[in-house]
Write a protein that binds this ligand. Structure first.
Ligand code: AHR
Length: 682
């Protein structure tokens, strides 16, 4: 019987990575030779030996998750199911952005919602054939499906006290048919005071780029002879995720739920920081009645002038209440990240006005403390009451808080200490997540980690959007981490393949291979989230992304399937693993990890082959006598440029098969650039 004691790499303390690597290579060669000799088996490219007797570190339930940021029209125009753009007439500089006005339309600013004061006044033109009204273009159009219902709502009044009618239509603007409109409902407005009116439209057909048209009419449906004020004009599918009225797009929320994410980080990303401090994501503006959540410019509107979106705003309709609720409904731990008193350093070069003073930090400390009260506080506390009034008296059980996104240097270290200390004093139960900045190595990264260690952060959020070569060099990244410091949150990462920024299978295989290293090191890595999450095909600023969509369809990328396969098969404990042929730094190879799933009595082995050729892989389950049939889930990522699209969403998807064990081993012909998950009942 072969026995080999693996020296955990992290015990090798002062050795440099090259020496460690050489030792690993030598050891792997010896293992391979020994297994070959002792078993007399056919030559294998890789022998992966899993010690099933010794379940090790716990794989945290939070290990694999999702990172949501409103980039690429991920919230308004994406997950948030609202179909009307600029519903409150607050976009600037043009309050009618997204609307086409006809007849006599004025924008006024003494409306019923103090934080969204603008509204539209529709007045008759005085001529029966000159109509007054508004058409909304939606977000790259309005997607509606045949036989589905859409809930229209509006706050309206007739200031002169003369009843008016609002004719509400779904139209197809560029149709060759006789009629543009294909669904109509009339809403009678009868009060001088502001009131909410609702109506349901049923669509007789599927149209991906429809528009919403409103006509001012008199009581009899003729061109109006009076005045009507309209505010917060809204249209939602009735069929949202879990049927919430202020809800999420069902298909996109379902795609998240299907991943079984253990952690849900929100609301970003750079959006937490803002271009200026005033522009930061202010969670307090994102809760309470949706009509009165003040608009904020989306910082991704202007970040890249080569993809410029002057109509990109945050309505905050998808706000912190909705984030917590969604988190609960998809079974994730919520992980909010708040501003530390610093606007985006990339855009401000540490300019004074972009950072809060020490006294100014009180506001940011209060933001943290009040958020904890909002999420977890009793219903009679100030912020707990806001949560309860919104429909969730029970606490959300928030356990983690990120303080600062991707900040670096002394200005951050100073501020995060002040904010984190205040949070710890009040809430020692909350785990604090600091950041090591935007770099995955180098000076700022090193001093970032040192500072987080000194400050005893519970976890450190590190980001790596990197090419294939980086992933190849970093297979052993977490083997080498100090076990005594904070835990790791790989909070934003993606393989960008030699700087090519688009989704393709050729990059996703490297993510799969790299994540085996995350999983093998589950004692130190407690969370990992790919980024960004969502992208509208007509409105993106950043690629690659995990899930793409247009107004009606969505496509799960190859990277999505990699994430989903890890998350759905995360198991409960790491199983020690030996790999006879671990790739050298900078090379392709076969990488693997294994976990024990105590809830299902299964050994789960994940193996990724990043090579251009097939590999013969033998998986030996040390501690098992006879393997019966094992389930094999295969993700074929061998077609380098291939990717799922909204037109062809299923080009890449996991395929299931079975394999028969031979004694205690499973012999696989692992195809080039394939990732497999093997599930073996014990
Ligand atoms: O994911 C896109 C951006 O990348 C995030 O907003 C930021 O944190 C990082 O720079």
């Amino acid at each position: 019987m072969l026995t080999w004691k693996l020296i955990p790499i992290f015990e090798l303390g002062t050795l440099n990575t090259n020496t460690i690597h050489n030792i690993m290579k030598l050891k792997n060669l010896l293992i391979a030779a020994a297994i070959f000799v002792t078993s007399g088996a056919q030559a294998q490219d890789n022998v992966i030996t899993v010690n099933t007797r010794k379940p090790g570190a716990v794989v945290q339930p939070t290990m694999y998750g999702i990172f949501f940021e409103d980039i690429n029209f991920a919230a308004d125009g994406g997950l948030y199911a609202e179909l009307v753009k600029n519903r409150s007439f607050e976009f600037t500089p043009d309050h009618l952005m997204g609307w086409q006005a006809f007849g006599k339309v004025e924008i006024k600013n003494d409306g019923p919602f103090d934080r969204n004061p603008h509204y539209a006044r529709l007045s008759s033109t005085g001529h029966g054939d000159w109509w007054t009204g508004l058409t909304n273009e939606g977000f790259f159009g309005i997607g509606v499906e045949k036989d589905k219902e859409y809930r229209f709502s509006v706050y309206a009044r007739v200031p002169e006290g003369k009843n008016q009618m609002l004719r509400v239509q779904l139209i197809e603007p560029y149709t060759q048919a006789e009629h543009q409109e294909f669904a109509t409902v009339d809403v009678k407005v009868t009060s001088r005071d502001w009131k909410k009116y609702t109506a349901v439209l049923k669509s007789p057909k599927t149209v991906d780029k429809a528009q919403l048209r409103l006509f001012l009419c008199d009581d009899n449906g003729r061109s109006g002879s009076g005045t009507m004020d309209v505010e917060h004009v809204s249209l939602f599918p009735v069929d949202t995720w879990n049927g919430h009225e202020n809800g999420m797009r069902r298909d996109l929320a379902q795609a998240l739920a299907d991943m079984k994410p253990g952690i849900f980080r929100f609301p970003g990303g750079c959006i937490v920081e803002g271009v200026t401090l005033e522009n930061r994501y202010n969670w307090k503006n994102s809760v309470g009645p949706v009509e009165n959540r003040p608009l904020n410019k989306n910082r991704w509107e202007c970040t890249f002038t080569y993809r410029y979106y002057p109509d990109y705003f945050q309505s905050y309709g998808l706000g912190f209440y909705e984030f917590f609720l969604l988190s609960e409904e998809i079974g994730s731990e919520p992980l909010p990240v708040l501003n530390v008193g610093m606007a985006c350093q990339f855009q401000n070069n540490d300019r004074a006005h972009a950072t809060a003073t020490e006294e100014g930090l009180k506001e940011y400390i209060d933001d943290c403390l009040d958020l904890i009260e909002f999420a977890n506080g009793p219903v009679d506390s100030e912020w707990g009451k806001v949560r309860a009034d919104m429909g969730h008296p029970a606490p959300f059980n928030m356990k983690f808080l990120g303080i600062g996104n991707e900040q670096w240097g002394e200005p951050y270290f100073k501020r995060v200490k002040i904010v984190a200390d205040a949070v710890r004093r009040a809430h020692p139960e909350i785990k604090i997540i600091g950041t090591s900045g935007p770099d995955a190595e180098g000076h700022n990264f090193e001093i970032g980690w040192e500072a987080m260690k000194r400050q005893k952060a519970d976890l450190v959020d590190e980001h790596f959007y990197r090419p294939i070569t980086w992933f190849q060099n970093e297979w052993q990244r977490y083997d080498l981490y100090d076990r005594k410091g904070p835990k790791v949150f790989a909070g934003e990462y993606a393989c960008h393949d030699r700087g090519k920024k688009y989704n393709h299978a050729g990059a996703s295989i490297y993510e799969a291979a790299f994540i085996t290293g995350i999983e093998r090191n589950a004692d130190i890595v407690h969370m990992a989230t790919y980024a960004p999450l969502f992208s509208h095909v007509d409105g993106w600023q950043w690629r690659p992304d995990l899930i793409w969509y247009d107004n009606l369809r969505c496509a799960k990328s190859a990277s999505y399937w990699v994430q989903a396969l890890f998350a759905q098969n995360k198991g409960t404990n790491v199983l020690p693993i030996q790999n006879s042929n671990f790739p050298a730094k900078g090379e392709d190879g076969v990488l693997a990890s294994s976990v024990w799933d105590k809830d299902n009595g299964e050994v789960i082995v994940k193996v990724a082959n990043t090579c251009n050729e097939d590999k013969q892989v033998s998986i030996v389950l040390d501690g098992m006598k006879q393997i019966g049939e094992a389930k094999v889930i295969t993700l074929d990522l061998s077609n380098y440029d291939q990717e799922n699209t909204v037109d062809q969403p299923n080009l890449i998807a996991p395929q299931e098969s079975t394999i028969q064990g031979k004694g205690a081993s499973l012999d696989l012909n692992l195809k080039a650039k394939n990732f497999v998950v093997l599930k073996i009942k014990k």
